[in-house]
Ligand binder design. Structure first.
Ligand SMILES: Nc1ncnc2c1ncn2[C@@H]1O[C@H](COP(=O)(O)OP(=O)(O)OP(=O)(O)O)[C@@H](O)[C@H]1O
Length: 256
């Protein structure tokens, strides 16, 4: 029996996306439940970023349907969606000529008409939410560490209080302690704000400690989805190779 719609923040059905002769996503279907942290794994070049970018309307699809919070996603660059999701791109993608405060305020300026005083208050609140200080708002991106850059990008992603957060490899480039702190921050924000989080990651620690469910993308489709313990039992050859290969076992001996 089909599950009721309100249970899902994102529903993707039979999605086909390609470039020229290359088909990247081949009749892919995926449900993301409201309030969960879903981790997406897949081979390099397998289509994880393409899937994320197609869901947010940046890449056109050949066929299939996408619903986000019950609304069908139509034309690319649909600006009315700005408050539905926040996005953390892999490199943080801050504007280098703007201060931290101006970066966080950017979505507010683009989408709302607010006084400067209110925007300053919101920026301070968002910076504190991600573990930064109000005075960090005066810095420029070049003055930030990798971990701080990710936090500022997260504060900017949360500026419009979106119910959904997309994270593209959020812990890449961070040392294990900073990565663990960032994971903990994501978990805290998800719990306190009731966020739905869609996270592309290769980080086995993130998958094990913060994701409620993990989806594996191979051959253009989701070939396994469920809690990490279910993925570890999957018989799919790519999923087995990913989680039970030598490198994974060295990092996570308990996976054996
Ligand atoms: N705009 C584009 N035009 C043409 N081909 C593209 C475009 N974007 C992505 N591709 C191709 O789609 C495929 C999937 O790319 P994608 O970036 O989604 O991989 P990925 O799974 O995120 O990889 P990684 O883990 O290495 O970041 C690749 O073959 C890539 O070359």
């Amino acid at each position: 029996m089909p599950e009721p719609q309100a249970e899902f923040a994102i529903r993707v059905r039979d999605l086909v996306v390609g470039f020229g002769r290359q088909t990247v996503l081949d009749h892919l279907s995926l449900d993301v439940r409201c309030g969960e942290i879903l981790g997406l794994v897949g081979a390099s070049g397998g289509g994880k970023s393409v899937l994320m970018r197609t869901i947010i309307g940046l890449i056109p699809r050949r066929s299939g349907t996408i619903e986000v919070m019950g609304q069908t996603i139509g034309a690319p660059h649909d600006r009315s969606r700005a408050a539905t999701w926040g996005i953390l791109f892999q490199q943080g993608a801050l504007f280098s000529s703007l201060t931290v405060r101006q970066n966080v305020q950017f979505p507010l300026r683009e989408n709302l008409v607010l006084s400067q005083e209110l925007m300053d208050e919101i920026a301070i609140a968002k910076l504190e939410m991600v573990g930064l200080r109000a005075q960090d708002g005066d810095k420029y991106p070049s003055e930030l560490s990798g971990g701080m850059t990710k936090r500022v990008a997260l504060a900017r992603a949360l500026a419009l209080d979106p119910p959904i957060l997309f994270l593209d490899e959020p812990t890449s480039g961070l040392d294990p302690i900073a990565a663990g702190d960032f994971d903990a921050l994501i978990r805290t924000l998800q719990k306190t704000l009731g966020l739905t989080v869609f996270m592309v990651t290769h980080d086995l620690a993130s998958l094990t400690t913060v994701c409620d469910r993990v989806a594996a993308l191979a051959d253009g489709k989701i070939v396994a989805i469920g809690p990490m313990r279910d993925l570890l039992q999957s018989e799919h050859p790519w999923v087995r190779a990913y989680f039970h290969g030598k490198r994974s076992q060295m990092l996570q001996p308990q996976m054996r």
